[in-house]
Design a protein around this ligand. Structure first.
Ligand SMILES: Nc1ncnc2c1ncn2[C@@H]1O[C@H](COP(=O)(O)OP(=O)(O)O)[C@@H](O)[C@H]1O
Ligand SMILES: [Mg+2]
Length: 371
């Protein structure tokens, strides 16, 4: 898949930008704080995912603008498509999303249309951040691989939110404890599905990461990633995903009910799972050096890109935000070896730090404009 054209207006500091990208390499240069990352972010939101740097929707619109528009045309082996996203500060229709000129109800309608993988300095949060960051990473990766995952994840979130409200009502004597059972049954079905799906993905990710991490450390360090469920042990996942697994999950939910009511939230299940990342047997979150954490983040994202392109006949578009300049030649080579069939957008303050073989279109951003 490639982006054939992009039009952006009023997104953060970006003024009016029109791009006709190269099919392979696109290098976005410029000094700091000129709008390079904003340019990637403006296109990224068309994946239907939240901003890769955590910006809220209301902050997409430039402080001096009253609306923002981001529009791209994409091409894959089957067809050309157009995605557009318009956001206004006020008025009746604040948000307008269109796919091939047809209005969409929400951003979830964009999942599975524009496939993109972003590498950003914030990726280290996957290792260093709270468990939620790791769950989000894996859920997003799963959703891109398998669009039906989205509906299970969304449904599970809704169930847990409802269950949490009910827990609070029970604590206040407004609802009866018996009412929980219906939610436990539903939470078990979805929760087991999500746990098994995540575990299978992490298994696959682990294999690829182990190989890539060995490659960049000259086989001196071993990276290991395991899914840590608070219902199932690793060996339990060898059992089939069946009624017994659902019962095991359900029983665990029931066992914890008293504590859940006391605290007003659900402590058991996929909503509390984590991913354990170890280097040479030590938890990278606690013991990893800055260099190890950066390399791990890179390897995890590369593995995501590799798994993705093997599964899909349409390779994703790749965004490399400020990550290449920091990498030595052998790490850059590894990155480009894996993304060799993909369209790439690279932002950098220093194009001379890029490998000489990276040649394509250069866009220089200054003060929100391409010059
Ligand atoms: N909502 C906004 N409206 C206008 N400017 C913004 C907004 N949000 C961020 N900016 C500006 O965007 C610039 C940062 O852009 P960024 O793309 O991160 O730069 P870089 O080129 O370093 O990647 C800063 O000058 C910042 O003030
Ligand atoms: Mg930047």
């Amino acid at each position: 898949m490639i982006i054939t054209s992009a039009k952006i207006e009023g997104f953060k500091n970006l003024k009016s930008i029109s791009l006709l990208p190269d099919e392979r390499y696109n290098i976005i240069t410029g000094k700091n704080a000129q709008g390079k990352t904003n340019l990637l972010e403006a296109m990224w939101i068309l994946t239907g995912c939240k901003s890769f740097r955590g910006s809220k929707e209301k902050d997409y619109i430039g402080v001096d603008a009253n609306k923002m528009i981001s529009e791209i045309c994409i091409k894959d082996s089957r067809r050309n498509q157009k995605i557009s996203y318009e956001l206004r500060k006020s008025g009746s229709s604040v948000k307008n999303l269109h796919l091939n000129e047809v209005k969409l109800k929400g951003t979830s309608g964009l999942f599975d249309v524009f496939k993109c993988i972003s590498f950003t300095p914030d990726d280290t949060e996957i290792i260093k951040g709270a468990p939620e960051k790791r769950r989000n990473f894996i859920d997003m990766a799963l959703s891109q691989l398998n669009p039906s995952a989205v509906s299970h994840i969304t449904k599970h979130n809704v169930i847990i939110n409802q269950r949490n409200s009910l827990l609070k009502n029970i604590a206040q004597g407004l609802s009866k404890p018996e009412e929980l059972d219906a939610w436990n049954v539903q939470a078990s079905r979805e929760g087991v599905y999500i746990s098994y799906m995540r575990n299978a993905y992490i298994k696959q990710l682990n294999e690829v990461c182990r190989r890539l991490y060995g490659q960049i450390t000259g086989e001196k360090e071993i990276l290991e990633i395991v899914y840590s469920s608070n219902v199932f042990k690793t060996l339990d996942f060898e059992n089939p995903f069946d009624e017994n697994a659902v019962r095991q999950y359900y029983n665990r939910l029931c066992e914890m009910t008293e504590y859940d009511v006391k605290t007003g939230c659900t402590h058991t299940g996929a909503n509390r799972d984590d991913i354990i990342i170890k280097i040479n047997g030590f938890n990278a979150r606690e013991f990893g050096s800055q260099g190890q954490i950066k390399s791990t983040a890179l390897v995890i994202k590369l593995a995501q890109a590799e798994i993705y392109s093997k599964k899909s006949s349409e390779p994703p578009v790749v965004f490399l935000d400020d990550v290449m300049g920091e990498l030595d030649e052998s790490r850059q080579k590894l990155v480009f070896d894996i993304i060799k069939n993909m369209q790439v957008f690279i932002t950098t303050c220093n194009e001379s730090a890029l490998l000489p073989e990276i040649k394509g279109k250069i866009f220089c951003v200054r003060n929100g404009e391409i010059i």
